[in-house]
Design a binder for this molecule. Structure first.
Ligand code: RB5
Length: 149
């Protein structure tokens, strides 16, 4: 599976460390770092868009976005049709975002959680699959909202 990751300046260090973590622990996955490549101040919507465009083009891939709180990135990503971005700063919601919501982008707040928790959240997000069934029809309802707007 391909994983696209980006941050803003606030999330830069956590992104940098998570890229190494994923490369080391998920040898069957490829990680694409969509930037930024320094901790200079940047605007998070631009990086949200970069990751989401890749996730939409690359079927079955996943995205990871990181900003200070995770809020700006998740608001930006969820403006894009077809993106189901989940702001998860704990393991439980990370698992459920895949199993119930078929979330295709994980969002983390680097000023909310530390590296250890972030690795567990990422591990669960990557390893859990969508359960379908009753959850699938709810996703259809979400698509309907997208189409209306
Ligand atoms: C940057 O200072 C901060 O506003 C950003 O990382 C994020 O938390 C926005 O939602």
């Amino acid at each position: 599976m391909n994983i696209y990751i980006a941050s803003d300046h606030a999330g830069y260090e956590l992104k940098f460390n998570l890229v190494s973590f994923i490369l080391k622990n998920f040898s069957d996955h490829d990680v694409f770092d969509c930037g930024p490549y320094s901790d200079e101040s940047v605007d998070y919507p631009e990086y949200a868009e970069k990751v989401c465009d890749n996730v939409l083009k690359d079927k079955n891939s996943l995205g990871i976005l990181i900003c200070g709180t995770g809020i700006g990135m998740s608001i930006s990503a969820n403006k894009i049709k077809g993106i189901r971005a989940a702001l998860c700063n704990d393991i439980f919601t990370s698992k459920l975002s895949r199993q119930h919501n078929d979330s295709n982008v994980l969002v983390l707040g680097s000023r909310v959680i530390g590296f250890g928790v972030a690795t567990e959240i990422v591990k669960n997000f990557i390893n859990c699959d969508f359960e379908g069934g009753r959850h699938a029809s709810r996703l259809e309802l979400i698509k309907r909202i997208e189409q209306k707007n």
